[in-house]
Design a protein around this ligand. Structure first.
Ligand code: SF4
Length: 71
């Protein structure tokens, strides 16, 4: 099973929360976050980052279904 991770760089405000929570999955690039890989093995820290993003910029999908951020 693989998750797809995207960051809407137009919404990202560069808070760095995702890079702090999931340093192996996100990196700040010119003051905006991007995923280190577009696909990842299931990783709770990625969902935590999506939940914590103040801009709602992170989306995690599994088989086309949005699983993060969680409600
Ligand atoms: S938590 Fe959200 S706003 Fe902050 S750097 Fe990550 S994607 Fe950008």
């Amino acid at each position: 099973m693989t998750w797809r991770v995207t960051v809407d760089r137009g919404r990202c405000m560069g808070s760095g929360i995702c890079t702090a929570l999931a340093a192996s999955s996100f990196v700040l690039d010119e003051e905006r976050s991007r995923p280190l890989s577009g696909e990842t093995a299931p990783d709770e820290t990625v969902l935590d980052a999506a939940d914590s993003c103040p801009a709602g910029a992170i989306t995690v999908t599994e088989s086309g279904r949005v699983i993060g951020p969680r409600d």
